[in-house]
Design a binder for this molecule. Structure first.
Ligand SMILES: [Zn+2]
Ligand SMILES: [Zn+2]
Length: 241
C-alpha cells in the first residue's frame, strides 16, 4: 500500500494519487469545458456577473472593452507562468496552454513500444500527445482524463493536481459558477447513513464514509431500496378460514 502524495490517504500499490484525488482530477477536467461559455460571457466588463458596479459610474478614462484577466485565460500563452519582473501579469496560465503543456509532458513520460523490420523491440518516450478529436480545450480535457491512470502512478501527479485546482478556482472566481450539491434520498449502500450527495461534475459520494457511486450504480441501488420499501408497506393478506 502506498500513500497519496496529495492528501496522504492510502493509495494503491505504486500509485502517488488515491482514488479520491483521481476522481477530483476527473471532475475538474469535466468542469473546465463547461465553464468556457461562462468565461466567454464574462469577457465584456459590463456583462460580467456581480461586478459590484452601479449604473452611471463616471470613468476617468474609457473602460477597456474586454477584461484582460479573462482574455489571458482564454488566449494563447505559455504552459507555465512566465517571468513577471514588473508585476503586471494578470490571472493564471491560459487554460489551453496549461492543458496542452501537461498532455505533452505526460506523453513524453510514457513509453512507446515499436518493433523494427528485424523484429527488435524499441522502447522510447512518446513523441507527442495527439487527441483524436481536435485540439480544443475539451479535446485536451478528454485526452488527459483518458491518461489519468498513468498520471496517478507518477510523483508529478501532485503538481498536476495543484495546477488544475488553481486553474479551476481562478475560473470559478470569474464566472461565480460553483458546483452545486444535490442530496440523494437513498441511504449509503456501504454505511447506511443518509449522507449521499451528488456534486456537479464530481458524481455521488457519501459524506459519512467516503463511498463513491457512479450515477448508474446509485440508480440501481435506489431502485432496490424502493422495491424493499414498497414490499415492507404492502398490507399482508388476511389468512383464509
Ligand atoms: Zn489523495
Ligand atoms: Zn457511507
Amino acid at each position: 500500500m502506498s500513500r497519496c502524495a496529495i492528501c496522504t490517504r492510502p493509495a494503491a500499490d505504486e500509485h502517488h494519487a488515491c482514488a479520491t484525488c483521481v476522481r477530483q482530477l476527473q471532475a475538474w477536467l469535466r468542469e473546465i469545458p463547461r465553464q468556457l461559455p461562462l468565461l466567454q460571457a464574462s469577457l465584456r466588463p459590463e456583462t460580467a456577473a456581480h461586478t459590484g458596479r452601479t449604473g452611471g459610474a463616471a470613468y476617468a478614462h474609457a473602460p477597456l472593452p474586454l477584461r484582460l484577466d479573462v482574455l489571458s485565460l482564454l488566449g494563447p500563452g505559455h504552459p507555465v507562468p512566465t517571468a513577471d519582473p514588473y508585476g503586471d501579469f494578470q490571472g493564471a496560465v491560459p487554460i489551453a496552454s496549461l492543458l496542452y503543456g501537461w498532455a505533452h509532458y505526460l506523453a513524453g513520460d510514457m513509453p512507446a513500444v515499436a518493433r523494427d523490420t528485424h523484429g527488435t523491440v524499441h522502447i522510447s518516450p512518446c513523441e507527442a500527445a495527439a487527441p483524436r478529436h481536435g485540439t480544443s480545450v475539451t479535446a485536451w480535457c478528454h485526452w488527459l482524463t483518458a491518461y489519468l491512470p498513468h498520471a496517478a502512478r507518477r510523483p508529478w501527479v501532485r503538481d498536476l493536481h495543484h495546477q488544475l485546482q488553481d486553474l479551476t478556482t481562478h475560473i470559478r472566481r470569474i464566472t461565480h459558477a460553483e458546483p452545486q450539491r444535490h442530496p440523494k434520498t437513498a441511504p449509503c449502500p456501504h454505511c447506511e447513513a443518509f449522507a449521499l450527495v451528488e456534486i456537479d461534475w464530481q458524481g455521488i459520494c457519501c459524506e459519512a464514509c467516503g463511498q463513491h457511486l457512479e450515477p448508474e450504480q446509485y440508480a440501481a441501488h435506489a431502485a432496490t431500496v424502493l422495491a424493499v420499501l414498497i414490499r415492507a408497506h404492502q398490507p399482508t393478506p388476511e389468512p383464509r378460514p
